[in-house]
Write a protein that binds this ligand. Structure first.
Ligand code: GDP
Ligand code: MG
Length: 295
């Protein structure tokens, strides 16, 4: 083939390399207790991404009292993904909630510090274990009003350090109109307070990427429902919540937006979340540390 350079094999090369290394993806969930964070973590592990390849998790969810990470290795068509989800205890549950964001920020920075430490080591590991937090799911209580000062404070404090994706917790408790109005109000609040949300707060010069992101932006904040209970619907096992008036299917895009978040995290934006973490958040951290050490 004359003039054939072979660029088209690059994709394949990258694919092979990353298959060998495997993917590491780290997610943190934050929000006050009782909002369904632990349940949603289980939902993620039990949902379609992993149903065939995961070992089942615990069935009773205890109240989360400390920062706790759970990892699952998921294998699909020779791709190995190590998905780690860090569950945090109730955020803002104290009487005095001053600085309640601090432990979360500390956790995020600790992971950066560890990575930096490995990176500047004289004898560097061939592959540095990556525990940096690639995404933070922030749970907003389904009040139907607006963002609370504590929500704004948290997101403003953390948006320089981690990719924040806000979700409306337990959205089955809102009617469709309430949900839409609440979403619109939250979006106004986010804009008003200049809070950097992933992906809209990050620049994409690629047209294709921008188009995908515009689609996603319409959903933010995602109205989610979590459940780790399965029911049989039309002969299929589906995850959902049984109520007196019906069965809410968690993975049904008509019922809630759990599937949209999951697809964004696992299928469409995982690599970009990792890149943004490395190129924006970690880079900021690294530069701050360098400046400090020179001062
Ligand atoms: P966490 O404290 O944020 O980790 O919340 P948990 O996951 O422990 O859930 C607290 C309670 O809320 C449990 O009784 C769950 O069954 C329930 N729950 C979890 N997710 C949802 C949801 O999406 N909708 C409703 N209605 N209840 C939920
Ligand atoms: Mg919990």
């Amino acid at each position: 083939l004359e003039g054939y350079v072979g660029f088209d094999t690059i994709q394949e090369q990258i694919r092979k390399k990353s298959l060998k290394k495997g993917f590491e993806f780290n997610l943190i969930v934050v929000g006050e207790s009782g909002l369904g964070k632990s349940t949603l973590v289980n939902t993620l592990f039990k949902s379609k991404i992993s149903r065939t390849s995961c070992t089942p998790g615990p069935h009773i969810i205890p109240k989360t009292t400390e920062v706790n990470s759970v990892s699952h290795v998921i294998e699909e068509q020779n791709v190995r993904l190590k998905l780690t989800i860090t569950d945090t205890p109730g955020f803002g549950d104290q009487i005095n909630n001053d600085k309640c964001w601090a432990p979360i920020l500390e956790y995020v920075n600790d992971q950066f510090a560890q990575y930096l430490h490995e990176e500047v080591n004289i004898v560097r590991k061939r592959i540095i274990p990556d525990t940096r937090v690639h995404c933070c799911l922030y749970f907003i209580p389904p009040t139907g009003h607006c963002l609370r000062p504590i929500d704004i404070e948290f997101m403003k404090r953390l948006d320089e350090f981690v990719n924040i994706v806000p979700v409306i917790a337990k959205s089955d408790t809102l009617t469709i109109e309430e949900r839409d109005a609440f979403k619109a109000r939250i979006r106004e609040d986010l804009t008003f307070h200049n809070i950097r949300i992933y992906p809209s707060g990050y620049n994409y010069d690629d047209e294709e990427e921008s188009a995908i992101n515009n689609k996603i932006e319409q959903f933010i904040p995602f109205a989610v429902i979590g459940s780790d209970k399965e029911m049989s619907v039309g002969g299929k096992r589906v995850l959902g919540r049984q109520t007196k008036w019906g069965f809410v299917e968690v993975e049904n895009k008509k019922h809630c937006e759990f599937a949209q978040v999951r697809d964004m995290l696992i299928k469409t934006h995982m690599q970009d979340l990792k890149e943004t973490t490395d190129k924006v958040h970690y880079e900021n951290y690294r530069q701050r540390r360098l400046r400090e050490s020179k001062a």
